[in-house]
Design a protein around this ligand. Sequence first.
Ligand SMILES: [Zn+2]
Length: 542
Amino acid sequence: MRAILLGCVVILGSGVVMAEARETAPLAETERLFLEFLAARDASAYLETGHVKEWDGAGLETWNERLVARHKALTTSLARLDTAALAPSDQAALAAIRVTLGDIGDPAPAAADGARREPRCEDRHDASLDREGLTAALRACFREIGNTLQFEGGTVDRGGALGLLAELDDPARRKAVFDAFLPLWAAINGANEPDSPYRRVLKMAAANDPVSSSGITAAARSIGVTVDDVERWLAQILAAWRDANPPDLVEPWDYRYAMGEANRRLAQHFPPGAAIALSDRYYRDLGVDLKALGVVYDIKDRPGQSPLAYCDFLKRGRFTEDGGWDKTIARVVGRYEEGGLGSLNELVHENGHATHISAIRNRPAFTDWTDTLFTEAFADVPSWSVYEPAWQRKYLGTELPLDVALRGQFGTAMLDVAWSLFELRLLRDPTLDPNALWTDITREYLRIKPHPELAWWAVRVQLSGPGYMVNYGLGSVLTAEMRRATAEAIGSFDAGNPKWHAWTADKLLRYGSEKTSKQLMDELLGRPLSPAALLAEINRIK
Ligand SMILES: [Zn+2]
């Protein structure tokens, strides 16, 4: 409540009131500049995607100039602050501003060069690239090669190919789709030599993980546990999955098919556009009107579109002079015009992010994402529901057997857990052989036949920057806890629940970056976080 009042003070306009505001709110001017800087950053990031030519009356060049000027004004203001004199609440606000700035980085050098030159895939051999540069080069490989995989005389993109692995009935055709990834794997990990592009970025990331805001150490800290605790939980989750499933080994090109029966059985219920319509309807039933929130969608196929689905701020919300709220606008990027249950699951996840940031009501310093672990976990709270029989009955008029539905839900989620364990162990010891480690983990827990000659782990863009996958793998522990606590408080929401939006906004979302995963989860649960809720979910398969 106090933070919200401060937020009101910050944007008061008249000079007299501002002078007073500065006395009572020493960060007011810095926070105003922070919001201005973020407006430029958000506009610039949006225009760089090429979805539109102008935002808020200006093009990319203008916004980039503003970005540099506003960054300078903000850093000058930060340097002038008498930080020692700040009250604890302002110290916390200032710390949040610094975290956000650290995540965004200094925009000046890139923009000063004129046209910003993003690394291309071919740059991955450039020994002068730093961690960010090499990560960007590997991400470019996912875009350049991953968007044009060769299959049966045509091309298919990476997401489409993973979809085909779950859909094609003929094992030989699945093997052919799997082999279509070979050029991508060769680009990312060469011939698995110790200085392959991936193994070089891994070594850089290992040195950086303790200070990275989205790395494994950060994820562990954000829930108040150690990296060893995280490793133990991940292994526990995977072991529960192994023990709940049949013991037969499958080929890696058959795994997604074995898990994908849910998608196949429901495919007929997803004509073009159905995923978008179903997501909108489900959110309305949760009390969220995505149209009214003003979410901007970049979901139609177009050249140069991101290979990765994501959600970002397009405009940060702020309190108005009369105590109202000038709303946040979120934007969602992805491909959802085609696709079945898996696509819908991803779209509901992205809309979960849009709901999250649209619900922030806090002073400018905190109008940013909650930490990455919480953010990814929360987006799955509604997205898991589409695998529930209650959801399917209401929205599709049919339902799957529980084990088929849960395999559809957790089969790919367990790959995320496996990647989390993979990255955790590699970041601890970057001299390990990634192919061998991936083979060990997937053979032991997912019952996948060994193919250590292949870097078949390299199908997720996020692996370009090692340490991110834990936000999905470990995130599932938080997701299961949040889903259980929410249902206990307001009743089931799998088939909609009008209380859901207001309740989650109040308990979890309105704080923005003010609270950590640990604070939010401790307050929600009244006890330490545990993997028990997730293990119980997995064991429903038996
Ligand atoms: Zn996400």
